[in-house]
Design a protein around this ligand. Sequence first.
Ligand SMILES: NC(=O)C1=CN([C@@H]2O[C@H](COP(=O)(O)OP(=O)(O)OC[C@H]3O[C@@H](n4cnc5c(N)ncnc54)[C@H](OP(=O)(O)O)[C@@H]3O)[C@@H](O)[C@H]2O)C=CC1
Ligand SMILES: O=C(O)C1=N[C@H](C(=O)O)C[C@H](O)C1
Length: 249
Amino acid sequence: MTEPIRVGVLGARGRMGLEVCKAVDGAADMELAAMVDQGDVLFNMEDAHAEVVVDFTTPDVVMDNLRWAIEHGISAVVGTTGFTADRLDQVRSWLAEKPGVGVLIAPNFGIAAVLMMQFAAKAARYFESAEIIEQHHPRKLDAPSGTATRTAQVIAAARAEAGLGPMPDATKEEVAGARGADIDGVRVHAVRSAGLLAHQEVLFGTDGEILTIRHDSLDRVSFMPGVLLAVRNVRSRPGLTIGIDSLLD
Ligand SMILES: NC(=O)C1=CN([C@@H]2O[C@H](COP(=O)(O)OP(=O)(O)OC[C@H]3O[C@@H](n4cnc5c(N)ncnc54)[C@H](OP(=O)(O)O)[C@@H]3O)[C@@H](O)[C@H]2O)C=CC1
Ligand SMILES: O=C(O)C1=N[C@H](C(=O)O)C[C@H](O)C1
């Protein structure tokens, strides 16, 4: 029998971290080697001989964690949000110094969320208008969500490839923010309310027709099959992988 993968969890006492610890603990091919939260010291992770770290912390600290993991030759699965193009370039440059290390960063590990983004990318070329409404629990630190940002980017890329220009919109914003954030020309609206977990609607419109693609995460267990899949595969994919799409094919 092959040895279990030794997994360390960063952000282990957070909402996602707790769920990841449970999932890793319950996976026959993994061993929960280390749990690190704010205030704990990262060398616990090294002492525990973690082979893969899973990071669900905050956009403020994730880059330091990643640099540390890569420098120590530990592959990483990252769910934490806040990855701009500049940040991704920085990760690529760290990885260039450590050719054997894999890093997988996914804005959303939910299989249905991944499909929602794929369906949105497929639909985008057929519609004049596209807007995104993301809805999350009020403890979420960032807006718009990583998922909404990624969805806007893939819609914008599909529109550009199809030669579509800007969306029709004659509105003058009387109050700043009324039309939401503009991500690559796609409007994104962020709702925060008690009772919500993580939800998103992508609204496509053309003459006389609307297509709405909706995704709901009702429980954080929804992210765990994707996280475990990434942990199983990240070491055999050196360099940077974005999203889990390529692992599902
Ligand atoms: N990709 C995906 O599928 C998903 C991504 N997310 C993203 O994951 C991230 C975490 O979300 P969530 O679990 O709800 O947030 P939480 O605030 O519940 O958890 C974050 C945890 O990280 C801890 N932390 C802070 N700094 C450090 C550090 N330097 N080292 C180790 N741990 C640290 C925090 O400690 P303390 O509270 O003491 O500050 C907290 O326990 C967010 O960016 C969120 O958007 C969430 C769900 C799914
Ligand atoms: O903070 C959350 O909760 C979530 N964050 C991710 C995001 O920003 O897209 C994934 C999911 O929406 C839950």
